[in-house]
Design a protein around this ligand. Sequence first.
Ligand code: HPA
Length: 273
Amino acid sequence: MTAGPLDEAVRTIRARTDLEPRVGLILGSGLGGLADQVEDCVEIPYADIPGWPASTAIGHAGFLVLGTIDDAPVAVMRGRAHLYEGIPADRAVFGVRVLGRLGVRTLVVTNAAGGIDESYRPGQLVLISDHVNLMGTSPLVGANDDELGPRFPDLSDAYDPELRARARDASTRLGLEVGEGVYAAWLGPQFETPAEIRFMRAIGGDLAGMSTVPEVIAARHMGIRCLGISVVTNMAAGVGDGKLAHDEVLAVGAEAEPRLTALLRELLPALAA
Ligand code: HPA
């Protein structure tokens, strides 16, 4: 990825608003409620931003929302690109890189995930402590753009421990039970088999999902701090009794979304500081 397309996207956004977002948020499937709470906002369809990949997944509207929440300048990505849509990893993280160029220093990434850890329950929120990348690729494959970050970025503490501690404090203030676990990223779009879930558990996975990891890699490459929050929308294949269905993922996500939105709002002032 060369800087040219990023600069053009930034110019297009800057022509609509001079807001300098400090916090970026990526809201996953059916988890977009916070985008409606952005004040003085400018909403830009992804299709209007040159270079921005279109997201085709069900439950994802494709908008970038810039504005303030409790006076914190934010950029909210409502809808994201997934690798399973056939979008190459370096293209899928275009939005993250644009946010970085706009001034975002902290990125909150949310997603729907399957619960591998049997202590989780559908509807529960889980703070991501680390990830295992099983997608077979990385957004950093190819020539490195040294302006974005180093060739071999460090991913120790990719999910910032301090941000996680603040999220735990915020959840305690709200009386929300929030778990913590390792996110295993799966290419998809098919859900995992029970054997694949057993494999993920054996290598340390607590959550299974199809997003987030490319975004966090691209953000860490740019030195952006990351907080990841999963909504457990279902128990992973072979962990629960039922079959997996995207409708159920969306329905449980919708039920849990107000809790996620409340947590994000409670957290935001601390993230923007
Ligand atoms: N697996 C992968 N991704 C998911 C799941 C799952 O069980 N649920 C929601 N996203």
